[in-house]
Design a protein around this ligand. Structure first.
Ligand code: ADP
Ligand code: ZN
Ligand code: ZN
Length: 747
């Protein structure tokens, strides 16, 4: 038997190995095997068998899994993804499988094919879920009269709930081993050891909610989705609904329908830590198994969730980006909430976009795919206009709530002022009326740079081409790219002058100003610094929900889908930073961000108000957002995209070369560009090759970066060119090249 094995190596090929007869019954597509590779032993994935060729092949050393980790159908999806993103299949598989599968690795002797023993690092099944004792009540009549106090309460509790885990009894009743032994001796309970999963969202969700009765546009959207689910063919939709239009309710009812038909549902959200409300809503609505996958799970927890999915113990998977790779079978519907979010794109390693792959997986699984957003990507809306996506619209808020009243304030000529008078008055009024206020600013920290008034010296990161951000509470200047930091100097490091100034402002400084201006207000801050650690986001959100925060200052985290009825004022302190980034999507990002932040206002019974301060008060991204005018924004942006030849009028791939030597990286970039040009001529390809140029962020973490951008009207041309050029490429060992198909981050 000869097998084809994908190895997690930066190589474009798979490898053939012979399987000794004793292993043959264990080897199937989807299991991992230990194989010799050069002088090393590597874990590889069996992706198929091949015909005998008479060729001299090395033999596998061990079979690592008792059953396959992926199905042939999943393999087809992974193969497609690997080819599309020019990423090695072995690494794609490694990214798709939970890291926890490798947690337990230990030395153990293995028997090689020739019967000799050797000491090898073997990866076994992974850390098991923990074992827990459950106490089950036995049917006997009255509780004995000599059972009193704690013992009695524990026995009564077990009777009412039929069975209870020991941990819960210890926590709730202070039960000890003696109590358990006594109950067992009295034949009141039986004990049983059981495997339990580590539940990442352990907090119990109480209560149950029932489907809401839908308004007309919700009902119309749902009807079309339901018809598509019943059609059992691939059907993609854009659900375009303004903020607070009840998109989530449509997802919930569509999913309920899919479950009734015996199908499962996959729900993608941009960052699950930011959406605790959504998870709770799902748990209250559905009694079926739900798996939750997010970035803050430990390896063990992730492995547990993965196994529950693999064993068909769940019908709904909710998660961020990587949930799209989960081993869910019989998918009836895939929901991509906030489909415009850049976080669906993985920016390192396997650079996939979960939003795009949702459509691919939906097609393979004959599922319905719903892309939901109040501010869809220009490319998504364009696809809907072209009829490639079904268009479902929710044009107004639920319960006929009005969109918030908005006002644009021109900040030009007010340099150095955090708040313009209109903003201050609005905050004061809202505070007096008992409303909650959100203040948005897209920079964390206190000041964005330190500059010497005498010699012009600016504090920069030695590893990255950015300035250092001052964080007052920690009295240090930080790099937001590599976490390099230095203690705040009192003299200029360049000339020892005391005339150093902190310029620019971040959330920390705005918070301080707000506390000074409104000493009676209860002020909170939500950014990466205040929400680190588990449950950090939920903690801050809870403060808003229970009314213990009057004013919350935050970065884009506060823009996400929270639904807090008490928020009646949203102030955009500054959104100009995103607008000035050297990226063709900067207008689109700014429009989306402002629209989403604005959408947090007035979701309760009191109408909301929004104030936007801007130094670019006549830029269409800002004026259209403030006017709630998606159509107008789309028309202008599409004009720009068409003129400049950007998506949807072209397809892009970005090549980034990086390394520690500036000269080597530049040289490699030139060579890659020359190779590309050569391949382009051979293929008579119409792909445009732009660059090489030094990247806008020319250095990150000590690595210099050069870019080449490929642009093509026909996608197939782009892929053909990349494939041809890659076959002839040999890079020097000190330079790395990353291919990014459909890049999202152009910096
Ligand atoms: P979106 O996801 O579009 O921002 P949500 O689905 O979160 O909006 O809905 C906003 C609020 O409106 C939620 O509190 C939700 O429970 C409520 N809601 C949704 N649909 C209806 C409906 N048909 N009638 C009344 N309330 C609704
Ligand atoms: Zn100086
Ligand atoms: Zn840095």
């Amino acid at each position: 038997m000869i097998i084809d094995v994908a190895l997690p190596l930066p190589l474009d090929t798979t490898f053939h190995y012979a399987v000794p007869p004793e292993f043959a019954p264990l080897v199937t597509t989807g299991v991992r095997v230990l194989v010799p590779f050069g002088r090393r032993k590597l874990t590889g994935y069996v992706i198929g068998t091949v015909a005998e060729s008479g060729e001299e092949l090395k033999e596998i050393v061990a079979v690592l899994d008792p059953e396959p980790l992926f199905t042939p159908k999943e393999l087809e999806f992974f193969r497609w993804s690997a080819a599309y993103y020019f990423h090695p299949l072995g690494e794609v598989l490694k990214a798709a499988l939970p890291a926890g599968i490798n947690v337990v690795s230990r030395k153990r002797p293995v028997t090689a094919a020739d019967g000799s023993m050797s000491e090898e690092e073997v990866l076994t099944g992974g850390k098991l879920a923990r074992m827990e004792t459950f106490y089950r009540s036995l049917p006997s009549g009255e509780l004995p009269p000599n059972l009193r106090g704690k013992g009695l309460r524990i026995a009564e509790f077990i009777r009412t709930v039929a069975e209870a885990p020991a941990g819960l009894l210890r926590r709730e009743f202070g039960a000890t081993a003696a109590h358990f032994q006594r109950l067992l001796a009295l034949d009141l309970v039986a004990a049983e050891q059981r495997e339990v999963y580590r539940d990442p969202f352990r907090e119990e969700v109480f209560g149950h909610d029932t489907p809401l009765s839908l308004n007309e546009s919700q009902a119309a959207a749902l009807e079309r989705i339901i018809a598509a689910i019943d059609g059992r063919t691939f059907a993609p939709f854009l659900l375009h609904g303004v903020t607070g239009s009840g998109k989530t309710e449509v997802y919930l009812q569509a999913i309920a329908h899919a479950l009734e038909r015996g199908k499962t549902a996959l729900v993608l959200v941009p960052e699950i830590a930011l959406t605790p409300q959504l998870v709770k809503r799902f748990k209250r609505r559905f009694s079926c198994g739900i798996a939750v996958l997010h970035s803050r799970l430990s390896d063990g927890e992730r492995f547990d969730e993965w196994r529950r999915i693999r064993r068909n113990e769940v019908s709904i998977v909710i998660g961020a980006r990587s949930a799209l790779l989960a081993p869910l079978a019989a998918i009836g519907i895939i929901v991509v909430d906030e489909e415009h979010e850049a976080s669906y794109k993985q920016s390192e390693g396997f650079r996939y976009n979960a939003r795009d792959l949702a459509l691919v997986r939906g097609k393979l699984d004959k599922a319905v795919v719903v892309l939901g957003s109040a501010t869809p990507l220009v490319t998504t809306f364009h696809a809907a206009q072209q009829g490639k996506l079904g268009y479902l619209q929710l044009p107004s808020r639920v319960r006929n709530l009005p969109m918030p009243a908005t006002e644009l304030v021109d900040a030009r000529g007010h340099k150095g002022e955090t708040f313009l008078p209109q903003m201050l008055a609005a905050i004061a009024d809202n505070l007096a009326a008992g409303g909650q206020t959100l203040l948005f600013l897209n920079r964390r920290g206190f000041a964005t740079y330190l500059v010497c008034q005498d010699c012009g010296h600016v504090l920069r990161c030695p590893n990255c081409s950015v300035t250092l951000t001052y964080h007052r509470r920690r009295e240090r200047h930080f790099c937001h790219y590599c976490d390099y930091s230095i203690p705040a100097p009192s003299l200029c490091p360049g000339c020892d002058s005391p005339e150093i100034r902190l310029l620019g402002r971040g959330t920390e400084r705005v918070e301080e100003e707000v506390r000074g201006l409104f000493p009676e207000a209860r002020v909170g801050r939500m950014d990466r610094d205040t929400t680190s650690g588990r449950g950090g986001h939920a903690r801050v959100l809870k403060g808003l929900e229970d009314g213990s925060i009057d004013i919350l200052i935050g970065t884009q985290m506060i823009a996400k889908g929270h639904d807090i009825p008490g928020v009646t004022l949203v102030g955009v302190v500054s959104a100009d930073a995103t607008l000035n980034l050297p990226d063709f999507r900067s207008s689109e990002r700014t429009f989306q961000l402002i629209s989403q932040v604005m959408g947090r206002a007035g979701r309760g019974d009191t109408p909301g108000k929004v104030l936007v301060q801007s130094l670019a008060a006549d830029h269409y991204a800002i004026t259209r957002a403030v006017a709630h005018d998606f159509a107008g924004f789309y028309a202008e942006e599409l004009g720009f995209r068409s003129e400049a030849g950007y998506p949807p009028f072209s397809h892009l791939a970005a090549l980034t070369l990086s390394g520690n030597s500036a000269a080597e990286v530049e040289k490699a970039a030139e060579r890659v560009a020359a190779l590309l040009s050569g391949s382009k001529r051979e293929l008579r390809s119409r792909v445009e090759i732009l660059g090489p140029v030094s990247a806008p962020l020319g250095k990150i973490r000590g690595r210099y970066r050069w870019q080449i951008l490929l642009k093509s009207v026909v996608r197939a041309d782009l892929h053909r060119l990349l494939a041809r050029f890659r076959a002839g490429l040999k890079l020097s060992a000190v330079v790395r090249m990353a291919i990014d198909v459909d890049p999202v981050d152009m910096l």
